[in-house]
Design a protein around this ligand. Structure first.
Ligand SMILES: [Zn+2]
Length: 125
């Protein structure tokens, strides 16, 4: 767990360094130099996002593949009816488990609780 905290802190520091670099880039006069600096900052941002996704994966987080590096899906609470923990992508809002999954679970539960089913009428004659 200490290793995880150290990695997390390292990534936070990386973000801080990026903020500093953005500030320095803004001091450059517009032109080829500033464009090159911006491109390198963009590369550093992608590398940092990839490291964050790698850490999230190692910690067991779900990843959404709507972008690369992938987005980290965060818990948004539990489903009111089924109590499963729900995770959402902050970028595309994809949800896991999906609403469709819960609808299917609802149908299976309704089916198992009876209704006109051949299962319930078996062996009752
Ligand atoms: Zn997504």
């Amino acid at each position: 767990m200490d290793d995880t905290n150290a990695i997390f802190e390292f990534l936070q520091n990386g973000k801080h360094v990026l903020d500093i670099l953005r500030g320095i880039k803004d001091l450059l006069p517009a032109g080829a130099e500033a464009d090159k600096a911006q491109e390198q900052i963009n590369q550093a941002e992608r590398a940092l996002a990839a490291s964050e996704a790698e850490l999230a994966k190692a910690l067991g987080y779900k990843l959404c593949q709507c972008t690369f590096p992938p987005q980290i899906m965060l818990s948004v609470g539990r489903h009111a009816e089924h109590d499963n923990e729900i995770f959402k992508c902050p970028k595309c809002e994809k949800q896991e488990p999906s609403e469709r999954y819960f609808q299917q679970q609802g149908r299976i539960t309704a089916h198992n609780q009876g209704g006109p089913s051949w299962v319930n009428s078996r062996g009752r004659r």
